[in-house]
Design a protein. Structure first.
Length: 167
C-alpha cells in the first residue's frame, strides 16, 4: 500500500475547504485500505471477536453518507440500502454481498454528499431535524470523525487480512 494516491489537505485552507478536503482524505483512506484485495478478502471478518469486515465498513460508510447528507441536510426520504437484521446494521452482513455494487453505491453516496454540501452557502447554515438544529459544519465534522474511527478499524482489518500496514 505504498502508492498514496490521496490528496492531502492544505495546511492553510479556510474552514470550508479544510473540512471538505479532510473528509475526502478520510474517504480516500478507506478506499486505500480496500485496494488490491479480492472479494473474499474484503468480506473476511479478520478479527475473531468482531463481525467487522472491510466491505462492511464500505457499506456502512455508504449508509452513513446517505443518512447525514441526504436525509438530514437534504431532507430527502432515505431507506436503508441494507436493512438491519438481528439488531445489527445490515451493512455489516456481507456474506452474500456484491462487492462491485457496494463500492458503486458508496461512490454514488459520496458524490451526492458533495452535491448537498455544495448547495449550502455557509457552514453555519442549519436544518431542523427531529427537534434539533444541525449545521453543515456539524455534519462535516461528524463525518470526518466517523471515517477516522472506522479507518482505524480498517487498519487492523487490512493488517490481519494480508499483513499490509501504513496510513
Amino acid at each position: 500500500m505504498s502508492d498514496d494516491l490521496r490528496t492531502h489537505p492544505s495546511k492553510v485552507a479556510g474552514d470550508r475547504a479544510s473540512l471538505t478536503t479532510f473528509l475526502d482524505y478520510q474517504r480516500a483512506t478507506l478506499a486505500v485500505k480496500c485496494r488490491d484485495l479480492t472479494a473474499e478478502q474484503l468480506k473476511r471478518r479478520a478479527v475473531p471477536t468482531s463481525g467487522l469486515s472491510l466491505l462492511g465498513l464500505v457499506r456502512h460508510a455508504a449508509e452513513v453518507e446517505r443518512s447525514w447528507f441526504l436525509l438530514v441536510l437534504g431532507r430527502e426520504p432515505v431507506t436503508p440500502l441494507w436493512p438491519a437484521a438481528d439488531g445489527v446494521d445490515g451493512a455489516f452482513h456481507v456474506d452474500g454481498a456484491d462487492v462491485d455494487e457496494a463500492f458503486r453505491l458508496w461512490h454514488e453516496a459520496c458524490e451526492s454528499s458533495r452535491a448537498v454540501t455544495n448547495s449550502y452557502a455557509s457552514l453555519d447554515e442549519a436544518v431542523e431535524f427531529r427537534g434539533e438544529s444541525i449545521s453543515l459544519r456539524y455534519v462535516l465534522t461528524h463525518m470526518i470523525e466517523e471515517y477516522a474511527r472506522h479507518n482505524g478499524h480498517a487498519d487492523f482489518l487490512r493488517e490481519a487480512v494480508d499483513g499490509s500496514v501504513g496510513e
